[in-house]
Design a protein around this ligand. Structure first.
Ligand code: SF4
Ligand code: SF4
Length: 219
């Protein structure tokens, strides 16, 4: 991983904090967050959920700040189910679309719709983190779910080419990788194979945690 990406992963949460503070005084700032709504989906066409684990300022906030008080537990299956994710997606798009139609042409009004969405969804993530883990929100984030659907389709078409991680046969099955995965993926089950799970945000935690160095980035 390049030093620039490491720096971004470590500090880009400051962008989120600046956004939340400045946006409270000028709702037009909210419009900037459209980038964070479109980018996860756009990036997923080429790199799966890479945006979520590496480039998203809110992801950086969860990893570097919220992780200090999260419970480091697996997110319950119900919160990751297709039904719950579909519900979250429908709810968010209903609020977004109706708000945009109502305020069309008014930059303050449109910005407020997006600013409010970011505030509310960040709070949801903050509330759930102490119960599960810091990335609980990312397990059912509507934009993340859309990105995951694209990743799933993409992986089906060309599993070997699209996978970014692989696990070699030196794996001893300690499951430390699985325990550390914030997305609840059973990483150890991919022993001797490439890791293609559509929800992998490519955060690299499993790579760093493995005591046998069995997990690596595919060349
Ligand atoms: S499988 Fe590894 S890289 Fe993917 S989300 Fe889980 S810990 Fe991160
Ligand atoms: S942490 Fe490494 S050795 Fe342990 S189960 Fe995972 S891949 Fe295998």
């Amino acid at each position: 991983m390049s030093n620039l990406l490491k720096l971004w992963k470590r500090w880009s949460y400051l962008i989120l904090i600046a956004f939340l503070i400045v946006g409270a005084f000028d709702f037009r700032i909210g419009l900037i967050a459209l980038i964070c709504m479109i980018a996860p989906v756009a990036v997923s066409i080429f790199k799966g959920r890479f945006w979520c684990g590496n480039l998203c300022p809110r992801g950086s906030f969860y990893d570097n700040v919220v992780s200090k008080f999260s419970n480091k537990k697996k997110v319950p299956k119900a919160l990751k189910s297709v039904y719950f994710r579909g519900l979250a997606l429908t709810l968010m798009f209903t609020v977004f679309t109706t708000g945009m139609i109502k305020n069309w042409g008014d930059l303050y009004g449109m910005g407020f719709v997006i600013y409010r969405l970011i505030v509310v969804t960040t709070i949801v993530g903050l509330i759930l983190a102490p119960f599960y883990n810091e990335r609980t929100w990312c397990n059912f984030c509507p934009m993340g779910s859309l990105a995951a659907s694209i990743a799933k389709f993409r992986n089906k078409k060309n599993k070997d080419k699209n996978a970014l991680l692989s696990i070699d046969d030196s794996c001893v099955g300690c499951k430390l990788c699985t325990k550390t995965c914030p997305m609840g993926i059973d990483v150890h089950e991919y022993k001797g194979d490439v890791l293609t799970h559509y929800d992998c945000i490519q955060c690299g935690r499993c790579v760093n945690k493995c005591p046998k160095k069995s997990i690596g980035y595919k060349k």
